[in-house]
Design a protein around this ligand. Sequence first.
Ligand SMILES: Nc1nc2c(c(=O)[nH]1)N[C@H]1C(S)=C(S)[C@@H](COP(=O)(O)O)O[C@H]1N2
Ligand SMILES: [Mo]
Length: 393
Amino acid sequence: MPGIHGPSDYSREPPRHPSLKINAKEPFNAEPTRSDLISSYITPVDFFYKRNHGPIPVVDDIERYSVSVCGLIENSNELFMKDIWKLPKYTVTATLQCAGNRRTAMSKSRTVKGVGWDISAIGNAVWGGAKLADVLKLVGIPYLTSITQSGGKHVEFVSIDKCKEEKGGPYKASIPLSQATNPEADVLLAYEMNGEPLNRDHGYPLRVVVPGVIGARSVKWLDSINIIAEECQGFFVQKDYKMFPPTVNWDNINWSTRRPQMDFPVQCAICSLEDVSVVKHGKITIKGYAVSGGGRGIERVDISIDGGKTWVEATRYQRTGIPYIADDASSDKWAWVFFEAEANIPQSAEIVAKAVDIAANVQPESIDSIWNLRGILNTSWHRVQVRVGQANL
Ligand SMILES: Nc1nc2c(c(=O)[nH]1)N[C@H]1C(S)=C(S)[C@@H](COP(=O)(O)O)O[C@H]1N2
Ligand SMILES: [Mo]
């Protein structure tokens, strides 16, 4: 929609919370501190990590804003916000996690390419919007369709923003049509985050939220939806966000040999302690988040205070006071859980956390075994060091 968007440069970036740790300024990439991250189950918008590949677009004429739906369907359509608002509204509590979360730790093992992130490139929000399955039904694609009559098998989301990886073109990504048309997959075209209209950083006026899948597929500032035969051919699907083995380097990489990453693997991290903390003698509380992809719940979180030799089980919860039961209707299927354990720290110690999901997938012990040149999906056991001493040192 040329003409209705403002300048595509860094002159009109929105204000951001001063406590965010900025990993890159232009494009703006920032994450909250560890303690801010676990200060509440629902991450306040201010503390929600911001991951961008270009300037934040300016959409100031919401009346004229529309999303076109084209490609391998009978009739193309143009949907305005009023059309989206008219569809049944759903709220889905879902955790978004960047595939690059914990990249900085991976880069310490061996150099990787990409923006550095500590452990907070993740957040949990209540997304409000229409189900993509309903939007597609509106344009004539029934629920649970895996291929359209004209051979469409994937749903591509194209954004308004412009990024250098796409040589000045828009950010884009795709998901399988079968997932897009499955109402139970809870894929949303979201216009609200935590009960408020989306803000500019997070995709105003409309973004995709693909629960259980790496953040890269949840395209912000949606401009168009294309029904296509093959996966999106864009940079972020074909030349990025793929998981390679440790043997692959920039000289021997062959992108076409690997599939685009979709579900995120099981992950957890300790947020109540820094990489190295000085603690007072006595009991300490070890607290953090755990989450898995594909809607798989968290079965267990194990904590060790001796570097992984012996373990105790942490308690898990989503809302305080309500015990978390993985796979239960009372739990938020697409959301992280918090875990908590108390421990007596004798002396200097290495504290470790690892999570197990309901498919019994468990985090790998070492970074080296999953190291990859782009530094994605660092889900290795999370380790922090504590020293007993004066807490104010
Ligand atoms: N249009 C657009 N959508 C995008 C991106 C982007 O740069 N442009 N970044 C993606 C990546 S890599 C992630 S992890 C999430 C981050 O969403 P957030 O900034 O709302 O946390 O948005 C995804 N959607
Ligand atoms: Mo990401």
